[in-house]
Design a protein. Sequence first.
Length: 595
Amino acid sequence: MKQIYVLFLLLPMPLLANLLHPHTTPHVFTITQDVGIGNSVFVTGNVPELGNNMDLNNLTNNSALFRAHRLRWTTGNVWTATVALPRGKTIQYRLVSRPDSVTGFCNHTTTALTPVLTLNTPPPPPAPYKGKTVFYLTGWNQAHILYRKPDGTFTSQPMIEDGPGRTPSEKRFRISGIGQAGDTFEFVFHNGQGQWDNAPVPHPGWTAGGYNYMTSLDVLWVQDGQVFNYEPPASLSAPTVVTIASLPSTIQDIPSRRVRIYLPRGYTQNTWKKYPVLYMHDGQNVFQGEGAFGNPNNSWFCDTTATREIGQGRMRELIIVAVDNGNPYGSDRLYEYRPPGEPTNVPPFTQNKADKYAQYLIQNVKAYVDANYRTLSDAGNTFTMGSSMGGLVSMYLGWAHSQVFGNVGAVSPAYWPAQNFLNTMSVDPKRPIRIYTDMGTAESSANIVGPTNWWNSFWAACNHHLADNYIYNDDLFIVPVCGGLHNEQAWAARLDAIYRYLLPITREPNLLAAKVYPPEIQSIEVQANQASIVFSTLYGRSYKVQRTPNLSVPSWTTIHSFGEGLHWNVQQFVDFSISPATERMFYRVAMDPWP
């Protein structure tokens, strides 16, 4: 393994504002207050889910306030919003008033509306394990882990030798019960003799944070500088991009075009695994090596950023499909990304083709990808994302085809030429989709009707989502970006945060946790003709409660089966069908095989 001899632990904790806790509870913030025209009410607090504002008394020159959540105004000057907060925490928060205009949002005219307040969220179910469990493969004879404790300080502990590695010169080490289950975990390895193993250096376009490993996984495997939630093969194929020079179209007025497909690490070896899929628009600007206006620096770096975030255990392994637009920066692109129903008598918008483009994506592109690659094809595992007009069409796809696209990344969305679509969202019922959306205060590089309209229409759409009872941090994540420009460099700079919200590693089964901590029956209580069985479960796994009257020649019968939707849980099942004549009954809980 590559050994790095420098430890970057004196850097401030990275602003990983949406490495969110997997166990949350909704909390309604509300206040009745006239804050004056041009101002809005925000809630800020000392946890990442409220902006990670650690100095609630400092309301000037406080960048954490920019990550506060804006409440929605309702009649009577009642401001309200629902925010998903981490469970089992003591949270300090404050409601403040700040300017909400594109020119005033980033100044520091902030007024406290409440003192610093405290709330205690209900605890999550007890975890089936204590703290974090880490497996580590290395050629060292001994291994130690240095990790950040909840109070922010670091401590070092030796790991125990747990078995052989992949070669005679390698060992597997393990440590359990450190850190806090569910929380973000920051750490590095060392051999106790001055040699350190830090997380690999990020790609040149990424400058945030340090070089420590950082993940929200509770049970993890570290091998060759990469983090896994399963036991990986000894060696893995590198991420690759496959090019389809012209993927045919069967949709009238939508021409065929190039499509490129990113396959993650280990796709070749992990034949058992199926992957979520992200469909990206403006495909010419998506991957490293290409970019807007022929400049490779004008790229989203979606491939390299995904490779890094996957490699550090912060997002799910996935397939990315980059779909070229029909005519870069020409009218075809504008037509394909504009929803139907908008006026076509105002140049340059003389046609609306987003409905046809949607059919091309669904009937041709997605159909091809699902047929030729190992995909999770349901809506919950299908994502769409783009910027500007691509952000607009992403929201349209989620809104009009939520049965296909269950997750939306509307980045710097160009709502200003889609007033009818905005109106539609204001009256339609809530869609079963998860939404990430953002807007910079300096998005004037694409200024057609003025930057204020970009900002105001963005917040109009966000208010519609809040009125539909979307919940911050749960199915809605809104990010206003101070000084954010309207270009690929700006979008690339916040892509890691987008990935971590839309595709967090905690929203898929942790196969390593299921292997190390299989379900345990915690208690069985028998009363009269019923038996109550209590047992632990993990996210995304299917469980069966089975029984047999005889262990000598067991005949296991399934009496209850279900899938777990929480990160971890404690389930109780009551068997009411015990016969009075039954002298004894044996129970077990089994997980269905994966996949």
